[in-house]
Design a protein around this ligand. Structure first.
Ligand code: E4P
Length: 213
C-alpha cells in the first residue's frame, strides 16, 4: 500500500515529502478553504512542483459540463494533476470524458461497493471510499475496503482503491491488510504511525548506556 497525504497545507506536505515515502497528495474543498492566503491554482502549482506523484484537485461544479470545464483547466497546471470528481451520474459522465483525454480521475465520496464498481467502469483511475465517515454513522468502513478489493480482483479491474477519511493508525494497518492500494492520511495520523513507546524507551536506554561507557 502506498501513502498519500490528505491536506492542502504546504508545511505538512513538505514535512511528509521529506520523509521519502510519499506517493501523492489529495485535497478537497474543505482542506483548500483552510489555506487563506493563496489561490487554489497557485497552491496546486506549489504542490505539483514538489511532489511528482498524483495530486488530486476537486471540481466544484455539479453538472458534467461544468466539471469538465473546471477539470480541463486544473489539468493544465501540471501533468500529475488528478481530477477529483464526486460520485454522481454527472460526475461519472465527466470521469468518462477525462479518461478519453488521458486525464487521471479520483472518484470521491464513495460509500458502497456499487458506487466503486460504477466509477471504475466509467474509467476512474482511483476510487476513494471514506472509512471514517462510514464509521461515524455506525457502518464498517474497513469492510467496504475488503468488498471493493475483492470485486476489483474478481473482475480484473485496475482502478486503484484509496482508503480515505482515515482517522487513526489502525485504519491504516487494516486498510493495507484488506487490499487498499493507497491510504490518504492526514499529517497528524501520518506522524502517529511512527510512534511506539518501546521505540522511545529503547532509544533512551541505548543513549544512556552509550554515555556511561
Ligand atoms: C479524501 O480524499 C478526502 O479528502 C478525505 O479523506 C476526507 O476525510 P474527512 O472525512 O476526514 O473529511
Amino acid at each position: 500500500m502506498k501513502f498519500f497525504i490528505d491536506t492542502a497545507n504546504m508545511n505538512e506536505i513538505r514535512e511528509a515529502y521529506a520523509l521519502g515515502l510519499l506517493s501523492g497528495v489529495t485535497t478537497n474543498p474543505t482542506l483548500v478553504a483552510k489555506e487563506k492566503d493563496v489561490s487554489f491554482e497557485d497552491r496546486l502549482k506549489e504542490i505539483t512542483d514538489l511532489v511528482p506523484g498524483s495530486v488530486s484537485a476537486e471540481v466544484i461544479a455539479l453538472d458534467a459540463e461544468g466539471m469538465i470545464r473546471e477539470g480541463m483547466e486544473l489539468a493544465k497546471i501540471a501533468p500529475n494533476i488528478t481530477i477529483k470528481v464526486p460520485m454522481t451520474p454527472e460526475g461519472l459522465k465527466a470521469v468518462h470524458a477525462f479518461s478519453k483525454e488521458g486525464i487521471k480521475t479520483n472518484v470521491t465520496l464513495i460509500f458502497n461497493a456499487n458506487q466503486a464498481l460504477l466509477a471504475a467502469r466509467a474509467g476512474a483511475s482511483y476510487v476513494s471510499p471514506f472509512l471514517g465517515r462510514l464509521d461515524d454513522i455506525g457502518q464498517n468502513g474497513l469492510d467496504l475496503i475488503s468488498t471493493i478489493a475483492e470485486i476489483f480482483a474478481v473482475h480484473g479491474i485496475e482502478t486503484e482503491i484509496i482508503a480515505a477519511s482515515i482517522r487513526h493508525p489502525m485504519h491504516v494497518t487494516e486498510a493495507a491488510l484488506r487490499g487498499a492500494h493507497i491510504a490518504t492520511i492526514p499529517y497528524k495520523v501520518l506522524m502517529q504511525l511512527f510512534h511506539h513507546p518501546l521505540t522511545d524507551k529503547g532509544i533512551e536506554a541505548f543513549l544512556k548506556d552509550w554515555n556511561s561507557r
